[in-house]
Write a protein of this length. Structure first.
Length: 831
């Protein structure tokens, strides 16, 4: 172990020998088993434990549940062998490598962890179950990888299951080809470049069984069994015949060993050129003998690590391509070009705030693209995790070298104001341990101590004397739609709870913690399982007794109609505001929420609004603002004609607007998809009478009044629920989904007897659905959830007794709001 660590320490400086990779897969496809195997190979876990020890599943929770929740990083030392001519002889020379490997969770509710892992790695080992094929989560994480320009290699895993059940060699090849085609289809949707494609002839796909420890690639087999070296690319026919040769040998070996027909086995071994020690034949169980033989013949760890070293890029190669995708700054020339294009459309607006004063962007980009250890320090932090009672930051160093004692600028997220911190620890992540190193050069993943106080989750760290842009924030594909209210049992424990919540929000990428107007503190996550895990962590961090409510779902308030202008007066009766409202439409909501419209530069926003949403220039000029936070998908426009003092009251009106959209009149939930139009105002000429204390509450009232006048509705979050099961269970699955208000959206065969049913299922109905479905199908169907969309409920929340009305009342009760559902008259005034 000590020797291994020493080797690792030496390797961090050898940039072309470094690989940063994430193992991604659908839940249960065998990532963790495989990762253990790789760790065992590198000498950090004994061989006998691999497959069962699950070193990377370090959390107690994970071992109990048997799934990976938190992405864990571990660095491996691996030697590949290259042929070199020495004197007259060709010898195999070891070439050492360091592989920083992250085993990411496959469960959909933790996909924010996957996003964080992908950002700091350059390659992805995509693991796909041979029988189940490409599943929803495989597709989702692969898409995420590609959007970060992370290059994939593929392992078709659990092939042993096929060897047992399927003896038709051609069908094997067809099933593998089907998986490769599906993976390539997803890749082709993102990237044209051929080098990202999976091709058996090139050797960026391995076939194997993590559990039984064997795997092979076609070029490996060509090297070993090909007749004479050839520089020619393999034809499809040749590829197929090598695949067939290995699979049929595997089947024959398995059969002869299971039948204890050792003569036949020995003949087979001679044919494939494998010798094993004499005493191995004495193994008590034939399955052990099989394992020994297969490991010797087709060692999975060697095969997979070799494939990763050969086909995944080193940081030097990867950073050339990836920096433009993940860094916010642009080179001066690119900046000028894009400004030049937009200048014509702009109307005297100041230049983009984004790059102002970032004098070092050119220099920093060049250094990152070259992966220059002597350049300025640039580090992206993707998450924080607990270590020795405190928190440390985990990320990737893209440029420069960082040492203990360095003073650095720490930017929290995209916050432009940094804090100066001193680095207290620099280390390599080894599962739950961290191995300290004095300094870490670029190209490696990294653990840093001393910076956690300046970070909430993710951020950028740069040398103190560098003035450059930060990295782009990560885009998460899950939404925190399930929440619980928490409080401590003893009121005196409140400070402990607050400290625990802070730590939780730092360590969980997707959790949202909010204190509502009603005073309750809410922890929101992406599903009931995710929230449950968050609560467990919170209890550990806070070290006090905590009570949590049952999980509930967050709703949104919206409108489906338009209303005439309504009026509210300020409390001193000296100011009046008339406002109407209308829906902005689902397309624009999605443009804001999914495509992050508001992160674009002003000119780009204007162009998109004009091209896609028919906002002409006049309309755009009247647009005062979009919403904020989780209520971004709303806007407010000034549609007054000849009204006075509009500029003076704008700030306070916007404060009122932001207050309302975060706290809708019906439920106190956020507002979504509403456009408020200020149609007229009468404002007092004396600033004393039209200050914030008058204008903000007036705005709040009139906006709420307008919303309630335009056919208000609730929106509920919907999951896309995917169930893969046998055809015979179709009826049971349909009934279970139907009983929970699920709507089937697709139903397809994945093979002759297996179907994949997808349905939209209200998140509110998803609690306990997995157990319910399991009961209904005797454990043969299991649902997966991913956030799909917000769905407007048909029923009228203002109509007594309607479904929406009941939900409104239940939320009000839970939040200790007055029981009465508010009506328009409460908010508007008459002339
Ligand atoms: P993860 O959720 O992707 O990390 O999957 P795990 O590694 O936890 O494996 C899920 C289940 O599949 C466990 O029961 C493993 O024992 C089993 N498994 C993993 N790899 C293989 C394999 O190569 N062959 C077979 N037959 N089972 C496997």
């Amino acid at each position: 172990m000590q020797g291994v660590l020493e080797n690792l320490r030496n390797m961090i400086y050898e940039q072309d020998k470094i690989r940063n990779m994430t193992v991604i897969a659908h839940v249960d496809h065998g990532k963790t088993t495989l990762t253990d195997l790789l760790i065992a190979k590198s000498g950090m876990l004994s061989d006998s434990k691999a497959g069962t020890a699950l070193k990377t599943d370090t959390l107690k929770e994970e071992q109990e549940r048997g799934i990976s929740i938190k992405a864990t990083s571990i660095s491996l030392y691996h030697e590949t062998y290259e042929e070199e001519k020495k004197e007259e002889e060709v010898v195999l020379v070891p070439k050492p490598h360091i592989i920083h490997l992250i085993d990411s969770p496959g469960h959909i509710e933790f996909s924010s962890e996957v996003t964080a892992s992908l950002r700091v790695t350059d390659g992805a080992l995509v693991v796909v179950d041979y029988i189940e094929g490409v599943c929803t989560q495989t597709e989702m994480v692969l898409r995420q990888a590609l959007s970060e320009k992370v290059k994939p290699v593929l392992l078709i895993n659990k092939m042993d299951k096929g060897i047992k059940s399927e003896h038709d060699v051609d069908r094997f090849y067809d099933q593998c080809t089907k998986i490769i085609n599906e993976v390539n289809y997803i890749i082709s949707e993102f990237i044209d470049e051929e080098e990202y494609k999976i091709d058996p002839a090139l050797g960026n796909v391995a076939y194997g069984s993590g559990y039984f420890g064997w795997a092979f690639t076609i070029p490996d087999m060509v090297k070993r069994y090909g007749k004479g070296a050839s520089s020619k690319a393999l034809t499809l026919k040749e590829t197929k015949s090598y695949h067939k040769f290995v699979v049929s040998s595997l089947i024959k070996l398995t059969n002869s060993i299971t039948e204890e027909n050792y003569d036949a086995t020995k003949k087979m071994l001679a044919k494939i050129n494998i010798e094993i020690k004499e005493k191995c034949w004495e193994e008590e169980h034939s399955s052990d003998l099989l394992k020994i033989i297969l490991k010797k013949w087709l060692n999975a760890a060697d095969c997979i690590l070799n494939m990763c070293v050969e086909h995944l890029p080193s940081p030097v190669e990867a950073q050339k391509i990836r920096i433009a995708t993940i860094f916010r700054g642009k080179r001066t020339e690119e900046q000028k070009e894009s400004e030049g294009d937009l200048e014509e459309e702009k109307e005297g607006e100041g230049s983009s705030e984004e790059t102002k004063g970032n004098v070092d962007d050119d220099y920093v980009i060049e250094s990152m693209e070259k992966c220059d250890p002597n350049g300025p320090t640039m580090i992206f932090i993707s998450k924080l995790f607990p270590l020795d009672q405190g928190l440390v930051a985990f990320g990737r160093i893209f440029s420069g070298t960082v040492k203990v004692g360095d003073k650095v600028k720490v930017f929290n997220g995209e916050d432009p104001k940094p804090q100066i911190k001193t680095i207290k620890k620099v280390g390599i992540c080894m599962g739950k341990d961290v191995e300290s190193v004095g300094g870490m050069p670029c190209g490696n993943t990294i653990v840093l101590g001393g910076v956690d106080q300046a970070l909430r989750k993710e951020g950028t760290i740069m040398s103190e004397d560098t003035t450059a842009n930060t990295f782009k924030s990560m885009k998460f594909s899950v939404s925190p739609v399930v929440e619980v209210a928490v409080r401590c049992v003893k009121p005196t424990d409140q400070p402990k709870l607050v400290a625990g919540l802070k730590k939780l929000s730092q360590t969980e990428s997707m959790v949202k913690i909010e204190t509502k107007e009603s005073g309750e503190t809410v922890v929101a996550g992406s599903g009931d399982l995710h929230v449950e895990i968050c609560l467990k962590s919170l209890k550990e961090y806070a070290k006090c007794e905590i009570i949590a409510s049952e999980p509930t779902v967050s709703y949104r308030e919206t409108v489906v109609g338009e209303c005439e202008s309504v009026l509210a007066k300020s409390s001193n009766k000296l100011n009046r505001l008339w406002v109407s409202c209308e829906p902005i439409g689902e397309e624009l909501c999605k443009e804001i929420e999914e495509n992050e419209l508001l992160k674009c530069k002003k000119d780009e926003i204007q162009k998109i609004l004009k091209d896609k949403f028919e906002f002409d220039q006049n309309e755009y000029r009247k647009l005062w603002s979009f919403g904020v936070g989780d209520a971004e998908a709303n806007c407010v426009s000034d549609k007054t004609v000849g009204a006075q003092h509009m500029k003076d009251i704008k700030g306070n009106v916007l404060s009122g607007f932001n207050g309302v959209i975060l706290n809708g009149p019906l439920t106190g939930e956020k507002i979504r998809g509403v456009r408020f139009n200020i149609t007229d105002t009468k404002v007092h000429s004396d600033p004393v009478h039209r200050g914030g204390s008058q204008v903000v509450p007036m705005t709040g009232k009139v906006f709420k009044g307008a919303l309630l006048s335009a056919q208000p509705r609730l929106q509920e979050p919907m999951f896309l629920c995917t169930v893969k099961t046998q055809e015979a269970l179709r009826g049971d699955v349909y009934t279970a989904l139907g009983n929970r208000r699920g709507k089937i959206v697709s139903d397809e065969y994945s093979n002759e007897s297996t179907i994949v049913v997808q349905a939209h299922l209200p998140v509110a109905e998803s609690f306990g659905f997995a157990e319910y479905l399991r009961d209904e199908t005797s454990g043969r169907a299991f649902p997966e959830f991913s956030f799909s969309h917000w769905e407007t409920m048909a029923s009228d929340p203002l109509e007594e007794g309607s479904m929406a009305n009941e939900i409104v009342k239940a939320i009000r009760k839970r939040k200790n709001l007055p029981e009465e559902v508010p009506v328009v008259d409460k908010f508007i005034d008459r002339l």
